[in-house]
Every structure is written in structure tokens, then in C-alpha cells.
Design a protein around this ligand. Structure first.
Ligand code: CA
Ligand code: CA
Length: 156
């Protein structure tokens, strides 16, 4: 879309403008183009946020099992959970939007928190079993418990 507008703009400029104006406009267009390209690569960086993501604690701590993030694409870390069952603090509940699971481990997210597994409601599993690196996933929608998890169970 931007490129089309830019093209139209440049065509109009080249048809009508005097040489000096044409040059000035062309400089402006170059700047706008550069800004737009930076924005595009920044967005791409965010969207690829979980890809190839690592975490020092997942690499160094034997018990560290998964990282929970406040936002999509593994942005804004909330907590690192260890192997076993963890109830999220009230601050972190219904707020997790992406996760990074240590290679060889499996994270189960639950809609509710309860010592009784049958009372935890809907669950969603993110598995990094068979992966050769940590596996990140953006939770998307109701069934993947986007911003809904209140407890997690992590196994390796
Ligand atoms: Ca959030
Ligand atoms: Ca919930």
C-alpha cells in the first residue's frame, strides 16, 4: 500500500514539479521510505520473538522448566517456572500470552488454580519434547488459554 502511494506520489512529482522541488520531494520520499522500512523490520522482529529464543535460567538451572511472558511472541517476561505444579500469583493470573518451554519438557497451562487437577478446568499443552532447543509459543484464543492461565504444570 505504501509503495503504491509512493509511486503515485513520485509519478505526480515527476510530471509536474520543477527540478528543485522534485529533488526536495524525492529526498522527503526517501526519508519516509526509510522510516517505513525500519517499522516493517521492527514488526517482523516482534513477530519472530519466540523463534530461536533462549533464556539463561533454562540453560543453566536444572529445575527451570518454562518461561511465561506477559505479551505475545515471548515479550516481557513474567516468571520462570520450575518442574512441577505452580499456581500463578494473583498479579500474573489471566495475563500470560506466550511461553517458552525448555527442550525435552512439556508445559500444561490450566484455566484455574487448584490442588485437585480435576478442578483446574480447561488445559492447554505446549511440548518441547523432541526439540533440539527451547520451544516458544504465542497463546492464541480461548482454547489456547490466551490471558487465561492461572496455574501450570511442567514436566521434563
Ligand atoms: Ca498479558
Ligand atoms: Ca482463568
Amino acid at each position: 500500500m505504501f509503495k503504491i502511494l509512493l509511486t503515485i506520489c513520485l509519478v505526480l512529482v515527476s510530471v509536474n514539479a520543477k527540478p528543485q522541488i522534485k529533488e526536495a520531494l524525492s529526498d522527503e520520499a526517501e526519508k519516509v521510505k526509510h522510516t517505513a522500512e525500519s517499522a516493517v523490520s521492527e514488526i517482523a522482529g516482534v513477530l519472530e520473538g519466540c523463534k530461536g529464543k533462549t533464556h539463561t535460567l533454562l540453560d543453566s538451572e536444572k529445575d527451570a522448566c518454562a518461561v511465561l511472558y506477559d505479551h505475545s511472541h515471548c515479550r516481557d517476561e513474567k516468571i520462570v517456572v520450575n518442574v512441577g505444579y505452580t499456581e500463578l500469583s494473583f498479579r500474573d493470573r489471566n495475563d500470560v500470552e506466550s511461553v517458552l518451554v525448555k527442550k525435552g519438557c512439556t508445559l500444561t497451562l490450566y484455566d484455574e488454580a487448584s490442588n485437585d487437577v480435576n478442578k483446574r478446568g480447561l488445559s492447554y499443552i505446549v511440548s518441547a519434547v523432541g526439540k533440539d532447543a527451547a520451544f516458544g509459543k504465542t497463546l492464541s484464543g480461548h482454547s489456547e488459554l490466551e490471558s487465561r492461565a492461572e496455574s501450570v504444570d511442567c514436566k521434563c
